[in-house]
Every structure is written in structure tokens, then in C-alpha cells.
Design a protein around this ligand. Structure first.
Ligand SMILES: *Cc1c(COP(=O)(O)O)cnc(C)c1O
Length: 375
């Protein structure tokens, strides 16, 4: 079965092998050396002033960010399930929350944020997804962060990059906290989350809030290549292998470029066979199609073509399907997905099969590569 869900993503054989070694004690020079090397790679990936790894899923890092970086009112952007979660986290922790709510295909408007800031001086942090996985949407986070910092540099910008870190280069100049999770673009099993922090963010954290999620305690320990509590040793060993693999395959630039090409080629291929891209500003992490036959297409993909793609949640259940673009994906697998969809549409009587999806995919993907003499 080809796993094409936008998280969890497939874990490659070399990473599984790396994680199958004997269990290591976390307070040993051997593990600390692995931790230090992993941190070095993460500084390169995040380009932030500090890095913290937590033994939690992505939501744990979202909560750690909110409680440590927001002390009064959180302005959150809800264009989907994950944006909604930021608001819930704030309220569950006794903070105030103001929410900007949009349909799941609509990105937040920078003007709307600026307007709200004018009348709410209590807002001390803003939380937003870079890529909102519920509908596969890209929010204009860098622009938003710049506009906010021009108004008040003390307002913390929390950016959920769980389906963006490792997908594309993110400009972190105005971001105070950038979050990633292991089972999405980092191609690992779930259970590890990572926060990249700015120096201004670290200052705001001060002595930290909470207990397990207290970022001040973690920063102090992790600067010494250890963790406040037991580290997620196996996942960190896997993460180092992932980051080294990316390097071996040409580095982050190549990864970002291939991901962007795959995303573009998949979009073009599916549009060429009459399908519609759901979000108005699609993220590179996934391709989301809204279609009356979404459920049928999704189950045919699984049962007849061995491809597992994700559906929609809440009001989009049965109305969309989402194809992963994150990680180190083989082109022939990606091609198989778009070709299978064309075959399914043929069998539904919606078109006459002509190999259009594969043709357009190939043209879109390989033309730019040939022009740059990369092949
Ligand atoms: C998956 C995801 C999360 C939640 O992560 P968990 O690992 O399930 O806790 C948060 N934000 C985004 C954008 C995601 O895609």
C-alpha cells in the first residue's frame, strides 16, 4: 500500500533500520553526541536562534508555545481544524482568545489581523498555521508576521509549521516560534515535536510556564545536549538519519525544489483531467481536491490501486481528498497516483482515459528540470 496521506508519511527503510538498534540510555555521552549532531542539523533546517525537541506529538508543541509565549490574549487564525486547536489550547489554559474564522479554503487576510490589533491591546501573541492541513491551505504567515512586528515587535508570532518545515524554505525573520512534528514532513513515526525559537521568544519565555511543557527548563538542558525528562531517544536517532539522508540527497535546496515540482505537477495533472483544487492558496505540502465523488475516488484508490490518501474532516467529510507531497517521495509513485485517478474517473464514466494526467505530470515535472540541465 502506498501511504499518500499528509501525515503520517512513510518511514524509509534506512531510518527504520537506524531505529531498530539496541535501546540507548539517554544520559550517556553516546546519546548526547547524537543529540548534539541532531541539534546542529535542526539549526540548519529551522534557521532559528534556539531549538527544543519534545517527546510529544505536534499538539504538545502547540500547547508549549501558547502557554510559554502568550501571557494574556491569543489571537488565533481558524481556517481549519488545526487553527481551531490553537484557540482551544488558549482557553484550556485560562488565556483569552480572539479568533479569526474563515472557510477552510480561505487564507487569513493580513489586513484583518492589523484591524483586530488596533482595537485589542491585550493581544500578546498570534498563532497561525503556515500550512493548514485541514484543507491544504497556505497562510501568508511571513507577510502577516512582518506587518505585526511593524505595529508592535513585542507581539509573539507562533507559526505551526508541522506541514511546512521540511517542505519549503520559511523566512523566520519575524517568527518567534516555529513548530514541527515528526510524522509529517520529517518522515518519522509520531511522538516527537520540535520548536524553533527566536531570541525575543526566549526572553518572553523567561522562567517558563507549565511543568512538562516548560520551555525554559528544556532550553537550559538542551543547550547541554540533554533533556529535562527522558528524551525520545529512538525518534531522535531516526531524526538524525532523516536529516543526514536529506543531506546525502543534495540538501534542503534539492528537497524543497523537488517538493515544489511534485506539488505543481500533481496540481496540473489533476486539473487537466477536470478536477478542482480546493484551497484558493494551496500549500506545497499536499494537494487537496474537492469533488462530489471524493469518497468514491478515495476508496477506489485504496481498494483497487493500493494508494492511501486522506479524506476530509467535519463539514468536509466525504467532500475532499488530500494527497501528500511531503518528504522524499519517488516520482513513479506520484505518477501512479495521478494515473490511477484518471483510470477511476474513466470507470465512473466521467472521461475517456487518455493518459492525460501522467502526460501533464511528466511535462510539468521534467520540463523545468531539463531546462536547468538537472537531468
Ligand atoms: C498534524 C498537524 C498537527 C497536530 O499534530 P499531532 O501530531 O496530531 O498532535 C498540528 N498542525 C498541523 C498543521 C498538522 O498538520
Amino acid at each position: 500500500m502506498l501511504l499518500f496521506t499528509p501525515g503520517p508519511t512513510p518511514v524509509s527503510q534506512n531510518v527504520r533500520n537506524a531505529m531498530s538498534d539496541e535501546t540507548m540510555h539517554h544520559r550517556t555521552p553516546e546519546f548526547e553526541a547524537i543529540f548534539e549532531q541532531t541539534r546542529k542539523h535542526l539549526f540548519n533546517l529551522f534557521a532559528t536562534d534556539e531549538i527544543v525537541m519534545l517527546a510529544s506529538t505536534g499538539t504538545g508543541a502547540m500547547e508549549a508555545a501558547v502557554i510559554n509565549l502568550c501571557h494574556k490574549t491569543l489571537l488565533s487564525v481558524n481556517s481549519g481544524k488545526f487553527g481551531e486547536r490553537f484557540g482551544k489550547i488558549a482557553l484550556a489554559n485560562g488565556l483569552k482568545n480572539i479568533e479569526i474564522k474563515n472557510e477552510w479554503d480561505t487564507p487569513v487576510s493580513v489586513d484583518a489581523i492589523v484591524e483586530i490589533l488596533k482595537t485589542n491591546s491585550d493581544i500578546d501573541a498570534i498563532a497561525v498555521q503556515i500550512s493548514e492541513s485541514a484543507g491544504g491551505l497556505r497562510h501568508p504567515v511571513e507577510e502577516l508576521a512582518k506587518a505585526v512586528k511593524e505595529i508592535n515587535p513585542k507581539i509573539m508570532i507562533i507559526a505551526d509549521g508541522i506541514t511546512a518545515v521540511g517542505v519549503e524554505r520559511i523566512d523566520v525573520s519575524n517568527i518567534d516560534c516555529l513548530i514541527a512534528g515528526s510524522q509529517k514532513a520529517l518522515m518519522l513515526p509520531p511522538g516527537l515535536s520540535i520548536l524553533g525559537l527566536s531570541n525575543a521568544g526566549i526572553e518572553k519565555i523567561g522562567t517558563g510556564k507549565g511543568y512538562y511543557l516548560n520551555l525554559a527548563s528544556e532550553i537550559k538542558k538542551q543547550r547541554q545536549n540533554t533533556t529535562a525528562y527522558t528524551a525520545a531517544t529512538t525518534l531522535i536517532i531516526g531524526l538524525l538519519e532523516v536529516l543526514q539522508t536529506i543531506e546525502r540527497q543534495g540538501g534542503l535546496g534539492v528537497l524543497y525544489c523537488n517538493t515544489a515540482r511534485r506539488a505543481k505537477a500533481t496540481r496540473a495533472a489533476l486539473e487537466a483531467i477536470g478536477l478542482h483544487i480546493y484551497p484558493s492558496t494551496p500549500a506545497k505540502s499536499m494537494t487537496t481536491i474537492d469533488d462530489p465523488d471524493a469518497s468514491k475516488i478515495r476508496s477506489s484508490l485504496k481498494e483497487e490501486y493500493g494508494v492511501n490518501v486522506a479524506g476530509g474532516q467535519d463539514h468536509l467529510k466525504g467532500k475532499i481528498f488530500r494527497i501528500n507531497q511531503m518528504g522524499l517521495i519517488e516520482i513513479y509513485e506520484s505518477l501512479w497516483v495521478v494515473n490511477s485517478i484518471e483510470l477511476i474517473l474513466h470507470r465512473m464514466g466521467r472521461l475517456e482515459y487518455a493518459g492525460i494526467a501522467s502526460k501533464v505530470y511528466n511535462e510539468t515535472y521534467f520540463k523545468s528540470a531539463l531546462e536547468k540541465k538537472e537531468i
